[in-house]
Ligand binder design. Structure first.
Ligand SMILES: Cc1ncc(C[n+]2csc(CCOP(=O)(O)OP(=O)(O)O)c2C)c(N)n1
Ligand code: SF4
Ligand SMILES: [Mg+2]
Length: 347
């Protein structure tokens, strides 16, 4: 039987694009690498949110994770920066053009070792950017040495045990001032997609640490970042769902079991409690909860902290609505009189 013309048409989103238009080049990462699954969820989230690919600016540093922006959104802007230096490149680009949707992809090595200095300053500014750490606990690209997020007691394939305590990037990001912080797992399609869609509705710094197993160097017995270990120890804090502003939000929910957070653009983030009550807008509780889970060896996932109200870095700087990059020289260049006045003041 011939299929109807409608059935053969690929599905389009609210701006008329198909999912193919959000894809990138063919991946060169290892088959089964968690980073590939994250790229797929980014494609889905951008498609489902109806983001124009040309509005997105992708940023990364160095590592297998930092290569991954080549494998999604080939129509978007992209800048592959020096190892650990992606935050300053992203900050400059997003200050120059505030209409861009900034998406940074980093690794645990790129962030928590060489890039730590840049990471902490990005987190405290609340720049509107989504910063994803594809966290496998090792430097995958340079053959699997422990990174600073490797758990105490985790074992390398060679038998080497990590005897340094791990840095918890989520606890750090909350403490430093990021306004949307969560942890997910590359193997949890549903949770990660909901979190990425909510991240796209946030108007400030989003920091998502996504556990993303390295199948080549860190997926064996004894590793705490393997698929098996994370599946067995994953403790979702809540069930994350997201209703974008362009969809009907009248879906019933019980305020006794679900927290509804209204996002900047009118979208709704809905967190249905799974165990005890958890308020994701309470910063101190968020830090304590993340650290307690870490101490117990649990892989706690979910959105730990969200503050949709805090002014972002662009507002703090009183940037013009019109992107700086598009202003004519006659506007951005100080006049001779102004420059002379400055010189006079310095005399
Ligand atoms: C300045 C500098 N120092 C060191 C390196 C070597 N190097 C390349 S990638 C990398 C670590 C990558 O680890 P991570 O960010 O966790 O990414 P993964 O490969 O695990 O996804 C290192 C140390 C480099 N490229 N540049
Ligand atoms: S080495 Fe590890 S992190 Fe790199 S692509 Fe392969 S599985 Fe992924
Ligand atoms: Mg890594």
């Amino acid at each position: 039987m011939a299929s109807s013309p409608a059935a053969s048409q690929p599905k389009t989103n609210r701006i008329g694009l198909t999912v193919i238009e959000y894809k990138g080049g063919k991946t060169t990462l290892c088959a089964g690498c968690g980073h590939n699954a994250i790229s797929e969820r980014i494609v889905d989230a951008m498609f489902e949110m109806g983001i124009q690919p040309e509005r997105v600016a992708k940023f990364s540093g160095i590592g297998c994770s930092s290569k991954s922006p080549a494998y999604f959104l080939s129509r978007s802007h992209s800048f592959n920066a020096v190892h650990g230096r992606m935050p300053s490149v992203a900050t400059g680009a997003l200050l120059a053009n505030r209409t861009l949707v900034g998406l940074g992809v980093s690794g645990d090595g790129d962030t928590a070792s060489i890039g730590m200095g840049q990471f902490v300053h990005l987190m405290r500014r609340n720049l509107p950017v989504i910063y994803i750490i594809e966290d496998n606990g090792v430097y995958g690209l340079t053959k699997g040495q422990f990174s600073a997020t490797a758990d105490l007691g985790s074992k390398l394939k060679t038998g080497v045990i990590n005897d340094l305590p791990a840095i918890d990037t989520c606890a750090m990001a909350i403490e430093l001032g990021a306004t949307f912080v969560g942890r997910s797992f590359s193997g949890d399609k549903r949770q990660l997609l909901a979190m990425l869609k909510a991240a796209l509705a946030h108007n400030g710094t989003v920091m998502l640490d996504v556990i993303s197993p390295c199948v080549t160097f860190n997926d064996h017995e004894g590793s705490t970042k393997s698929y098996k270990y994370v599946k067995e120890h994953d403790e979702p804090l809540h069930d994350v769902s997201f209703v974008p502003f362009f969809e009907d939000i009248s879906v019933e929910y019980d305020p006794g079991t679900t927290i509804d957070v209204t996002m900047h653009d009118g979208s709704h983030l809905r967190l249905r409690k799974l165990a005890e009550h958890y308020d994701p807008t309470d910063r101190i509780t968020a830090i304590r909860t993340v650290l307690e889970a870490h101490h117990k060896g649990e892989v706690l996932t979910g959105i730990f902290y969200v503050d949709p109200q805090r002014p972002n870095f662009l507002d703090l700087l009183h940037l013009t609505e019109k992107p700086l990059a598009t202003l004519p020289e006659s506007v951005i260049r100080p006049s001779r009189e102004v420059l002379e006045q400055v010189m006079e003041e310095l005399r």
